[in-house]
Design a protein around this ligand. Structure first.
Ligand code: C2O
Ligand code: CU
Ligand code: CU
Length: 560
């Protein structure tokens, strides 16, 4: 972003003079029921006069904020203009596995993926990002990520700030590594800079002198934040990953793990003309939390900014707006944790080999395997999962497709700000343990799993991930009978209905990493069916196109 041409959505009404300082841009937002997101390459002027290669949705980096209404059915058209396979995952949303955008639903280069689903989530801040197995880090670290704001009637009835970009502002904080040419290093954990909404730390955000709401997202690949104001100003957390807290929780420091969100209210009433500084307090992160002091101590710090405190951004307080919110509600919602009586239990041991390894991680002794379903549970069941950590560092554990309640952290009740619905929870290092309660409501699928993983993206890519099926007696019978047969594709493959297969002249088979493994052309091979013998057992995608190269259908299949 150029300092002179800022994507700045705030009205001119409270523009203040901030000569020479970078304004923190606010991503454009769209509301409605049909959304288009084009994931694409671009360049961003993060350092003055230098173009950095980035990836964004509908822009050079980050993405359009999607504002969704609970209860509405939405269609999200993701256009893959990356020239590489990708996926887009709706992090935190409660939806069917086939709509989740996990590694099981790759979008091939040039294709559009259009999941459609009912928004069932509570008003809160969610996000979206690529999730291709083995390439999540590579694509996310270059900037592909956007906010999802869900609104609902319960939240709408509260006197909370909610004018987007004015008194309700999304802020994504991202550690990144830049090389000497100021390009983003994809597979490096040094993390020598921090961006706030895509601009270098130290930028300025104008906010009105009233109660303001900040939606904080740690969109980093590896490191934690410990947020606080330079003058120790207290603020109130009102919401976590998946919804409101029972009541605002007053605090002066807030730790956020990669993938985790928090909504905070800051009372700027009467502060017009003042400046506030939001800082990272790395020295106060618990030991073993990436970004703080490492467990072993000594000279083995990995990042130049680890275990240090520094300014993240300035808030320049301007005049209040008309209709300003000036008080903070005392009560917000009622969270009712699932009853644990009769809940099944499962354990997940997070380990490293050797124990102090920084890059060789396992869950229950295994690395992720795309073709292995780690367990199967049933629709409607409640489970309590015990997550234990025998490594030297904290791991943020994330579950797809639902939110959970934190039951305990190291044996104690969770702090008040962790008592709402969450989808990322930190498992503390060195024998740390966390219990969470989950319930598998609404969506069963006999063959498409949900994922769980460490949200440190290099750990996830390296296999600190697993997957599970939610089944129901109704879904166990499988899909409806095949509708039609593609003449040049696999004989027995059930194909989607309503597709004109007479047009298919070319079938391409891709593995789930997006590699082309078979091509079959009608011209060369007549009507003979596609030969998949010789392919390793696993899940594949077959893309069928017509004579003009247009895609006729994409079908997922399992090769036994
Ligand atoms: Cu934010 Cu599996 O992801
Ligand atoms: Cu997720
Ligand atoms: Cu991890």
């Amino acid at each position: 972003m150029k300092k002179t041409a800022i994507t700045w959505l705030v009205s001119g009404a409270f523009a203040v003079s901030v000569c020479g300082q970078t304004q923190i841009p606010i991503p454009p937002a769209v509301e409605g029921t049909t959304f288009d997101l084009a994931i694409q390459h671009g360049t961003s002027e993060i350092f003055p006069g230098i173009q950095t290669q980035t990836i964004g949705y509908n822009g050079a980096q980050l993405g359009t904020t999607l504002i969704l209404q609970k209860g509405q059915t939405v269609t999200l058209n993701v256009h893959n203009q990356l020239g590489d396979t990708t996926t887009t995952h709706w992090h935190g949303l409660h939806l069917a596995p086939k709509n989740d955008g996990s590694p099981h639903t790759p979008i091939m280069a040039g294709e559009t993926w259009s999941p459609s689903f009912e928004v069932m989530d509570n008003a809160a801040t969610y996000w979206y990002h690529p999730h291709l197995h083995g390439k999540t880090l590579k694509q996310v670290v270059r900037g592909a990520a956007g906010f999802i704001i869900v609104r609902d009637a319960e939240e709408a009835a509260l006197a909370l700030p909610r004018t987007y970009g004015v008194d309700d502002v999304p802020l994504v904080f991202q550690w990144k590594t830049f090389d000497a040419a100021k390009q983003i290093v994809e597979l490096d954990e040094q993390d020598n800079e921090v961006l706030v909404n895509g601009v270098l730390r130290g930028g300025t955000l104008n906010l009105p002198a009233q109660v303001v709401r900040l939606r904080l997202l740690n969109g980093s690949s590896h490191r934690y934040f410990d947020f606080g104001f330079a003058n120790s100003l207290a603020f109130k957390q009102i919401g976590g990953d998946g919804g409101l807290l029972d009541a605002p929780v007053s605090m002066t420091k807030l730790v956020l793990a990669p993938g985790e969100r928090a909504e905070i209210l800051v009372d700027l009433s009467g502060k017009e003309g003042q400046n506030l500084t939001l800082r990272q307090f790395g020295t106060q992160l618990p030991q073993g939390y990436p970004g703080g002091a490492m467990m072993m101590g000594g000279g083995s710090m990995m990042g130049v900014l680890d275990n240090t405190d520094f300014d993240l951004m300035k808030i320049a307080v301007a005049a209040p707006t008309a209709g300003a919110v000036t008080t903070i509600p005392a009560a917000l919602t009622v969270n009712t944790p699932y009853p644990q009586a009769g809940a099944a239990s499962r354990t997940f041991g997070l380990t490293a080999q050797p124990m102090m390894s920084m890059d060789n991680f396992f869950i229950n002794g295994a690395k992720f395997d795309m073709e292995t379903v780690n367990f199967t549970t049933e629709l409607g069941k409640t489970e309590v999962w015990t997550l234990t950590n025998s490594t030297m560092m904290a791991h943020p554990f994330h579950v797809h497709g639902l939110s959970f309640y934190v039951v305990s952290v190291n044996g104690a009740a969770p702090p008040a700000n962790m008592k709402g619905w969450k989808d990322v929870v930190t498992v503390p290092p060195m024998t740390g343990s966390v219990k969470i309660a989950l319930r598998f409501d609404d969506f069963a699928d006999p063959d498409m799993p949900y994922m769980y993983h460490c949200h440190i993206l290099s750990h996830e890519d390296a296999g600190m991930m697993g997957q599970f099926l939610v089944t129901s007696p109704a879904s166990a019978t499988g899909e409806a009978a095949p509708n039609s047969v593609c003449p040049i594709c696999i004989n027995s493959l059930p194909m989607p209905s309503g597709v004109d297969f007479s047009k298919v002249v070319r079938a391409e088979v891709f593995d789930l990493a997006g590699r082309l493994v078979r091509v079959h052309e009608k011209g060369n091979l007549g009507g003979s069916p596609l030969d998949v013998s010789g392919l390793p057992t696993g899940t594949y995608l077959m893309k069928m196109s017509d004579a003009t190269g247009k895609t006729v259908a994409v079908q997922r299949f399992f090769k036994k």
